[in-house]
Design a protein around this ligand. Structure first.
Ligand code: ADP
Length: 270
């Protein structure tokens, strides 16, 4: 009957509306959950250094007034924790700015050899002081367009990690080249490498491979998430693979061009 047909249509319409609403709700629910997890992880990461600082300060207060030299070790531990916390807060801020979509890419025409040299000037002595070898091989000449400050941050994250996860005597090599309209930057090391099961996850916020969670390497799992964010802003890719015979190779690849307007928000050359 007509009544039954209408009822059937009505039931169908409700079923479709329900399914559609569930589908569109899904990403919202997932991001709520992620947001909650993110805040909880952030709070946890901040609590650890704050507790150490608190304990150290309390300890220092209980000490009789003596020569400052006696307390140097304790003060230096405290300073380490403060520095770590500062890095963490900077990184959290960077990610939440990214989430809020308020990071503007500021691409410039960059002399690639100069840009790389400025970074190496800082990292070469740092590597030497840790008895590690840092080599660079820049196979690009001339200018390319990207955001020099953000790209510096991305490369610095990879260099910091390469140094952190490579033991004394190890070698870190940076290769910069151009291929088919893309700029490729790879950082290889002879450290512990990244197990296959973790390769897909190391770019996630707060993710750390088990051994580094346990070791005293002092990280919080945000560096690679930030590097990935920066590279995505440049419409590029970041990947990790194994080095031979051991270690990791992180490779950044971004589209570049010598022309203006290659990236959004393009600004006048430096
Ligand atoms: P973290 O602050 O822990 O270093 P990252 O996001 O930079 O955070 O890296 C995530 C995890 O990936 C690290 O905890 C470490 O387990 C692993 N990792 C990153 N870079 C390397 C590397 N060069 N060699 C070995 N493991 C690495």
């Amino acid at each position: 009957s007509l009544f039954m047909t209408l009822l059937l249509f009505w039931a169908l319409a409700i079923a479709i509306a329900y399914i559609l609403s569930r589908l569109s709700m899904k990403p919202i629910l997932v991001s709520w959950k992620k947001q909650r997890e993110f805040s909880a992880d952030a709070a946890h990461e901040l609590r650890t250094p704050i507790t150490v600082i608190q304990n150290q300060m309390e300890y220092l207060l209980t000490r009789p007034k003596k020569r400052i030299l006696d307390e140097a070790a304790s003060i230096s531990t405290t300073l380490d924790e403060v520095n770590q916390m500062q890095t963490l807060i900077k990184r959290l801020l960077m990610l939440s700015r990214g989430d809020a979509n308020i990071i503007q890419l500021q691409p410039k025409s960059v002399e690639i050899a100069d840009w790389a040299n400025r970074i190496f000037k800082i990292y070469q002595p740092l590597a030497e002081s840790q008895h590690k070898i840092l080599q660079k091989d820049v196979r690009v000449s001339g200018k390319v367009v990207f955001d020099p400050e953000l790209m510096r941050q991305a490369l610095v994250i990879l260099l910091d990690n390469a140094l952190k996860y490579t033991p004394t005597g190890g070698t870190i090599e940076v290769i910069i080249k151009r291929l088919h309209g893309r700029l490729l930057i790879s950082v290889s090391d002879t450290g512990s490498g990244i197990p296959d099961k973790d390769k897909g996850q190391v770019f996630e916020r707060f993710y750390r491979v088990d051994q580094s969670r346990n070791a005293k390497t002092g990280g919080n799992g945000l560096g690679l998430a930030i590097a990935k964010f920066i590279i995505q802003q440049h419409r590029g890719k970041i990947e990790v693979r194994d080095n031979y015979p051991h270690g990791a190779i992180f490779q950044i690849s971004i589209p570049v061009t010598r022309e203006r307007g290659a990236l959004k928000n393009h600004q006048p050359t430096e």
